[in-house]
Structure formats: C-alpha cells, structure tokens
Design a protein around this ligand. Structure first.
Ligand SMILES: [Zn+2]
Length: 394
C-alpha cells in the first residue's frame, strides 16, 4: 500500500538533520517552521505573501476553533478547509485536545472523551478521539494529529502517568477511527497524487510524559508500537522551566524513529527552535510571530525589539538590517512606530509579516548550515548575536 507522505533525511550534522517531507499537496524542506492559522488564516498575513514572498509550504489549522466556528456542517458544505480558505498547499491540523485542556472551563474528563463549555457561547460540547478524527477528515488536512490528553507542565509523576495511559488508549482509538474514515472516503482533501503517494491523510502520534524522562521513554515506546506516519513531542512549553524542556528534547528527540518526521508542538522562540534542531527535531509551530506582531514586538537577528520604544521615533533604519522581507526593504522603524502609536492596523500587519518571514528565513539558514556541515558555527553565531546585542531579548 502506498503511503500518504514520504520523508527522506537528506543531510546530517550531529543530531541536526535536513529532510524532504512530501505530502499530497507540497514538498516541504525540513527543519520547517509552520505558521499557525488558528481560524483558517495566519493572523494578519495574507496567503499571497505566505506563498510568494515567504514560500511557506505548510500551515496549521486548529480543530477546536474551526469545530466551534464555523462548525463541521459549513466546512463540509464548503468542501473542506482547502476549498473554504483557498490555501491549496499543506495543512496540519491539531486534534483540539490542547485547546480543550487550556482554554475551556467546566470540563468533564472520562475514558470516552471530554465534555467542555465553548469559550464562545458557553454551549456544552464534546470531543473524543473519534469526534476529533471526524472533524479532521472534514477539514481534509494533510497531517492529522491524534487526540491526546495534555497534563500541565508541572504535573506530578502519578498524574502524568495516568494521563499518559489515557493518551496511549486514545492513540489506538484515534488510529482505528482514522483508518475507517480514510477507507470510507470521508477525507475532504483527498487528492490523487502523481508521485506515488496514496492521496490520503497522514496521522501523527503524540508523545507525552511532561518533565519525567522515564515516562517520556515509555510514552515513546507505546506510541511507536501503535505505529504512525510521524511522531510529535507534546506537552512542552506549557509552563515548565525552560531547562526542563531542553532536558526532555535532548533525551527524547534522538530516540524517536529516525526515518519519520519529528514534530515539536507549540514551540517556540527562535532560540528554542535552534536548540531543538540541535537535538534532531524537524517540524515546529508557534503563534508567537503573529501574537507578538500584534503587540508591536519584532523578532530580529539582534533579538526582540519593541516598536513602542521612544528611541525608534526618528529611526530611519529598518526592523532588521539583515532581513530581506518586503517590510524591512521599504519601511523605517520611525514610520512603523508611528503607525503602532496611532493605532493603525497596518502596524500589526507589517510587524507580523516581518516576524513570520524571520522565522521561515531562520529555518532556511538552519537548513543551509546543516547541508554544508556548519550547523554548530551557525548555532553559536546566531545565539551569541541574540544575546549580545539585545537587552530586550528573552
Ligand atoms: Zn523583515
């Protein structure tokens, strides 16, 4: 049987690696940063820019948000998320689990699934492995995530272990339902591929275990036993110390199947991405480029800067003199600051644009350095520059 995706490692430098991930809709060079399109749009950044200037090949969609609004019925009527949004390249959709556990109140968690109140209108809703797989089939994404339980980052050993057991059982149920949906043609994004792929959706498993290394290892083994097209590290950057995240990555990533894509969910800052690549991670997503863009905060090669700072009022320079994006080529810091202070929505749009470009361009540079065996030099220079020149850097 042909596979839904193909992944080939193309170069290695220590644990860091480059690869080519082929889905039914795009060829994705890894390591890759996937911009987050929560509601079916990357906030403030038009698809035209993502396609042409940034050459993003894959973005995220959020199952939880799209399930609540516009809802499955409308998405089905509109032919799935690709047709509805007009984004024809790849989508990865999360399972909704993380949002249910982080955004909602009054939830009832049982073996069957989780009952929660919509954050929009307070209505009672229910998500389970089966429901999540049905929604993601309706969305028609190229990469579907299993429905998992995500414990808080500081969860104790027992709580984490129980949650991990539940996640393992839910992973099995997710896969069974996923296979059924693929067989009965429920995937709205099905596409006959000319390159030997099955045209179906792919399914990724999620490794949990918080900061407990032996539980991480157990979760890895159980997830690999079920068998998925790719493997994700969940439950990091959820409130734990940064050193815990780096310890887990260092321990876990090199143990994950080498021939499958490794995806670190919801992380992180440019520094986090570089450190995770160093451990062998291939895929990332995070809301911070656009979330920070909306609050006037720009990521640059010299660290994070805040456009509200009065010192930029008459600055004729750009956000980042090393950035090739159309915002940096055209607009001065002084002008961007003026727009932000005046409450113009263009300020958020332009800074978000630069930030997403910066993340994608950083990953482009990471890939180039791995290919020529110079990743460690790149890593040191990149991190030194962030730390030395930016008092506002985090
Ligand atoms: Zn720029």
């Amino acid at each position: 049987m042909t596979k839904p995706i193909d992944f080939k490692v193309t170069a290695r430098d220590g644990e860091a690696r480059t690869g080519t991930l082929t889905t039914r809709r795009s060829i994705i060079e890894t390591p890759v940063f996937m911009p987050v399109g929560t509601q079916g749009t990357v906030k403030g950044v038009r698809f035209e820019w993502l396609e042409s200037e940034m050459d993003a090949r894959i973005i995220l969609g959020n199952t939880y948000h799209l399930f609540l609004r516009p809802g499955v019925e409308i998405l089905l009527k509109m032919g799935g998320l690709h047709k509805f949004s007009s984004w024809e390249r790849s989508f990865l959709t999360d399972s909704g689990g993380f949002q249910v556990f982080s955004l909602t109140k009054l939830r009832k968690l049982t073996e069957d699934g989780v009952e929660f109140q919509s954050h929009l209108d307070g209505s009672k809703q229910f998500l389970s492995p089966e429901v999540s797989m049905e929604i993601q089939a309706t969305l028609g994404s190229e990469i579907v995530m299993v429905f998992d339980e995500c414990p808080p980052g500081d969860a104790g050993y027992e709580a984490t272990k129980n949650s991990l057991e539940m996640t393992a059982r839910w992973a099995l149920r997710s896969k069974e339902k996923f296979n059924k949906l693929q067989n009965d043609g429920s995937d709205s994004g099905f596409l006959d591929s000319a390159d030997g792929l099955s045209g179906n959706q792919s399914l990724f498993g999620i490794i949990q275990g918080a900061g407990h290394l032996e539980l991480r290892e157990e979760s890895l083994e159980r997830t690999v036993d079920v068998g998925f097209d790719g493997y994700a590290i969940g439950g990091l950057s959820v409130g734990e110390e940064k050193s815990v995240m780096y310890e887990v990555l260092d321990f876990l990533a090199p143990k994950m199947p080498a021939e499958s894509p490794r995806y670190l969910m919801g992380v992180g800052t440019p520094e986090d991405l570089i450190e995770a690549v160093n451990c062998g991670v291939d895929m990332f997503d995070c809301v911070i480029p656009t979330r920070n863009g909306r609050t006037g905060s720009a990521f640059t090669s010299r660290g994070k800067i805040n456009i509200r700072n009065a010192k930029f009022a008459d600055d004729e320079g750009s956000l980042d003199s090393d950035c090739g994006c159309s915002v940096c080529k055209r607009y001065s810091l002084g002008y961007l600051r003026h727009l932000y202070q005046a409450g113009e929505m263009t300020a958020a749009i332009l800074i978000s644009h630069h930030n997403v470009y910066f993340f994608l361009d950083t990953m482009r540079r990471v890939r180039e350095s791995i290919k020529v065996g110079a990743f460690q030099t790149f890593r040191k220079d990149f991190l030194d520059r962030l730390r030395e020149n930016a008092p506002e850097a985090v």
